[in-house]
Design a protein around this ligand. Structure first.
Ligand code: PLP
Length: 446
């Protein structure tokens, strides 16, 4: 674990250890966390309570310092507390934090998103969940149809209709994926295996004229990174069009992250197809709660107040969040993506080398600058193959990396995120930690 350097932020007086804070948190919050994956359930142990972060580094209340490979689960593309983002946010806060009226930064952020992506119009919300939920309502309202198609292993937030597990057959309707979701919320959802055009074709042949939309992660990152097979997204764009359904590409994770133009910049742009609707979040909020859905003007104009499909939000387009997002996107130049891409290549090479030497079977998979590591012999193309990853070996690897000062996602099924602030020192810290951690994984292999 790295000691605090002289340029690191000085932590305010720690009030307690992570251990003690976790006990306090569990007494007042389910599992002690406000989003389940943070609880370390998948790897065991106590989550570290982070007190401050700067650049590529997290500092916890226990006085430890870690290279951050979570980056707030994607948003922190420029690293933590970027001086220009911080200055813009401070200036915005001094002008008041929320008015419930239109503001300048939301227009400018919408213009920036429209300039970088194929969407013609965009509506802001506060979370990725809200973005996908609203996109689906809009698709249903626009088409006058009810059925939604999604893929197993793709996560689109905790929307009732999308917390669904596959039914008994390929083209049978889904069942709730969690208690609390009524069967009536998932009985219009079809869940298909990812990267499987035959399954998609069968579903459309049977239900095509009832399908409002197909939603997919542009490149899934929520079962670990599972890139679309070449041409798969183009096929989805084509088949939805053929049946008069909308193609909803969820770029909450990949947007402004996989590349400057998200996953679409890596496939759709060159292949010449455009989703009807897209969803964004994470990077576009610059670390604040902001997300969006957007698409063709004809579809977006179906939204209230222009059209009949209702959607709204008290804090939607909040001036602080949109200022942070706008400043982040303006600073996210080609050089930033090139730097993150190079750092990712160096880390991936180190991971490959360490696991090879330790004799641990692994797959490293990427979507642009996003990547993840599966501890399995099988190529990973869908949720079933992703599920073959050795979670016990990952847990051992995770804890060895943490002890060496590297904070990985505390789950074997997550993307690793780097930032513009991951400099040589941060990357070297990761590389130095890998060999022993890979040996720990080898010992824990199940
Ligand atoms: N869509 C994708 C692809 C995501 O990765 C996520 C969150 O990880 C969401 C939607 C939901 O976003 P939020 O957590 O902001 O509700």
């Amino acid at each position: 674990m790295g000691a605090l350097g002289e340029n690191d932020p000085v932590p305010s007086q720690p009030t307690a250890t992570s251990e003690a804070l976790f006990a306090r948190a569990r007494a007042v919050t389910p599992g002690g966390v406000n989003s389940p994956v943070r609880a370390f359930n998948a790897v065991g142990g106590t989550p570290r309570f982070v007190e401050s972060a700067r650049g590529a580094w997290l500092s916890d209340v226990d006085g430890n310092r870690y290279v951050d490979l979570i980056c707030s689960w994607g948003p922190m593309l420029l690293g933590h507390a970027h001086p220009e983002v911080e200055a813009a946010v401070r200036a915005a806060v001094s002008r008041g934090t929320s008015y419930g009226t239109p503001t300048v930064p939301e227009v400018e952020l919408a213009e920036e998103i429209v300039a970088r992506t194929p969407v013609e119009e965009v509506r802001f919300v506060s979370s990725g969940t809200e973005a996908t939920m609203s996109a689906i309502r809009l698709a249903r309202g626009f088409t006058g149809r009810d059925v939604v198609v999604k893929f197993a292993g793709c996560y689109h937030g905790h929307v009732d209709a999308l917390l669904a597990s596959a039914g008994s057959g390929l083209a049978t309707f889904a069942v709730p994926g969690t208690p609390g979701v009524p069967a009536s919320s998932t009985e219009l959802t079809l869940v298909l295996p990812y990267n499987d055009p035959a399954a998609v074709t069968a579903a459309f042949e049977e239900h095509g004229m009832r399908i409002a939309c197909l939603i997919t992660e542009a490149a899934p990152g929520n079962m670990g990174v599972v890139p679309p097979a070449p041409g798969f997204n183009a096929f989805l764009a084509e088949i939805t069009k053929r049946y008069g359904a909308l193609f909803v590409s969820d770029e909450v994770m990949t947007g402004f992250r996989a590349s400057r133009e998200g996953q679409w910049g890596l496939d759709g742009k060159a292949e010449g197809w455009v989703p009807d609707l897209m969803t964004f979040g994470k990077v576009m909020g610059g670390g604040f709660p902001a997300a969006a859905f957007g698409g063709r003007a004809e579809v977006m104009q179906t939204l209230s107040p222009v059209g009949p499909v209702y959607q709204a939000g008290t804090l939607s387009g909040n001036p602080i969040a949109t200022t942070a997002g706008l400043t982040t996107l303006r600073l996210a130049t080609d050089e930033v993506y090139a730097h993150i891409g190079e750092a990712a290549e160096t880390v991936k090479a180190g991971v490959r080398d360490a696991f090879d030497k330790a004799g641990v079977a692994h797959q490293i998979q990427a979507a642009g600058t996003m990547f993840s590591v599966f501890l399995t012999e099988r190529p990973v193309t869908d949720f079933a193959s992703a599920s073959t990853t050795d979670v016990a070996a990952y847990a051992a690897f995770f804890h060895a990396m943490l002890a060496a000062g590297v904070y990985l996602p505390p789950s074997a099924y997550e993307a690793w995120f780097l930032s513009a602030a991951h400099d040589d020192e941060a990357v070297q810290t990761i590389l130095d930690a890998l060999p022993d951690a890979a040996m720990a994984a080898a010992e824990a292999q199940s």
